[in-house]
Ligand binder design. Sequence first.
Ligand SMILES: Nc1ncnc2c1ncn2[C@@H]1O[C@H](COP(=O)(O)OP(=O)(O)OP(=O)(O)O)[C@@H](O)[C@H]1O
Ligand SMILES: O=C(O)[C@H](O)[C@@H](O)[C@H](O)[C@H](O)CO
Length: 164
Amino acid sequence: MIVLVMGVSGSGKSTVGLRLAERLDATFLEADEFHPPANIAKMAGGVALTDEDRWPWLDALADGIRQAREGGRTVVVACSALKQVYRDRLLAGQDGDAHIVHLAGEPTLIAERMAARSDHFMPPSLLATQIATLESPADAVTIDITAPPDRLVETILHSLAPVR
Ligand SMILES: Nc1ncnc2c1ncn2[C@@H]1O[C@H](COP(=O)(O)OP(=O)(O)OP(=O)(O)O)[C@@H](O)[C@H]1O
Ligand SMILES: O=C(O)[C@H](O)[C@@H](O)[C@H](O)[C@H](O)CO
């Protein structure tokens, strides 16, 4: 199984994705760790990434997904994956047991959470372009991020369970 935990910056992908991976005994892939240094520097400087910046990053992450899957692992990926073409690129060849979980919430709540974060390169000023770029997925479980992380993980686990 592969679970793509997506959403704008500050929506909780890293926090929720890591806990979900622990519960599923899955390999956890954090998309931020796949960025080339130039992308991190650009975002830290308050400039949004372009598609050209994102393709090599997404391709490196897709390779990481394939490697983990070839090893037979369940994989949880935390990645903004804002556009449908990005999600298609990440999940290419992963037909079958693939799930998309969209962490969604009010911009004011997300902005507050980003502002309270002191150890992260992504400035809150980039939230607006993240929201503008987001194409909400039609094929996802959408989770309201108001509740605490552990509650969100429970909701996600229920959504992944087979109904029979
Ligand atoms: N459900 C939640 N309730 C309260 N606080 C949360 C919740 N989820 C995440 N947070 C907090 O909000 C902040 C943003 O979460 P996190 O860093 O996981 O988001 P992210 O989507 O991975 O962000 P980015 O894409 O910028 O890396 C963190 O400080 C985190 O501790
Ligand atoms: O696609 C993008 O605009 C970026 O890559 C961001 O989404 C970051 O990776 C991350 O989410 C911020 O920490």
